[in-house]
Design a protein around this ligand. Structure first.
Ligand code: PGA
Length: 246
């Protein structure tokens, strides 16, 4: 059985004061989660120490929203893996569609980020996904195959999470149908070449859609944006329920 990974990506939200208030409310809500899942929060860099301290001892892991490929150097505005390790960070999101779009991140750069993460014992969460135009042009499989192949070159497939995030479903309220998300997650698993890799779905996940997504055979978790900013809604997502086998 693959352990589910339920991750919240806060994007550019939450001052330290807001992060502390979130953690205080969230902590009791996730005190008794089943052992079949891991909860992860990716705060903005500045709030990482606050969240790490406020949730210490809960089992909630911390992710960074990106990581640079060098350990140090003249890279204004960037943060490296050793800097994250100092704060107990365990996962690093790489290749999210927002930096791909706004900062023109290439598959080659994303691969370097993933490699640097693994070299420092951070688990990369590689995000892949197609635009609406690509889906309508029936290019979904080709685009995602390329992102997986180039993003994971030289990467150990046993220390990795991949998140399938159709771009048209991010922040739009349009969740991809659970069976279609499952189909793509299954393809990704085959391309990664490790049956046990954790493959997440992301894109407008919310408390109303989580149970149906998690019941799918190839969806091992979710990457949640908007709905992870509210402690009650993210705790409900982390507390997803699977139907009891008859
Ligand atoms: P959303 O974001 O849940 O707000 O759609 C998901 C993501 O970008 O990871």
């Amino acid at each position: 059985m693959r352990k589910a990974v339920i991750a919240g990506n806060w994007k550019m939200h939450m001052t330290c004061a807001e992060a502390q208030a979130f953690a205080d409310a969230f902590r009791p809500l996730v005190a008794d989660l089943p052992a079949d899942r891991e909860v992860v929060i990716a705060p903005p860099f500045t709030a990482i120490p606050t969240v790490a301290q406020a949730l210490a001892g809960t089992g909630v892991a911390i992710a960074s929203q990106n990581v640079h490929w060098e350990e140090k150097g003249a890279y204004t505005g960037m943060v490296s893996a050793p800097m994250l390790l100092e704060h107990g960070v365990r996962y690093a999101i790489v290749g999210h569609s927002e930096p791909r779009k706004y900062y023109s991140e290439s598959d080659e750069q994303i691969n370097l980020r993933a490699r640097s993460a693994q070299a420092h014992d951070l688990i990369p969460i590689l995000c892949v996904g197609e635009t609406l135009d690509q889906r309508e042009a029936r290019e979904t499989e080709r685009v995602i195959h390329r992102q997986v192949e180039q993003g994971l070159e030289g990467i150990d497939p046993t220390r990795l999470v991949v998140a399938y995030e159709p771009i048209w479903a991010i922040g739009t309220g349009k969740t991809c149908a659970a069976d279609e998300a499952n189909r793509i997650c299954g393809l990704i698993r085959g391309w990664v070449g490790n049956e046990n890799v954790v493959v997440q779905y992301g894109g407008s996940v919310n408390p109303a859609t989580i149970d149906e997504l998690m019941v799918q055979s190839d969806i091992d978790g979710v990457l949640v944006g908007g709905a992870s900013l509210d402690p009650v809604s993210f705790a409900r997502i982390a507390s997803y329920r699977l139907p009891v086998a008859a």
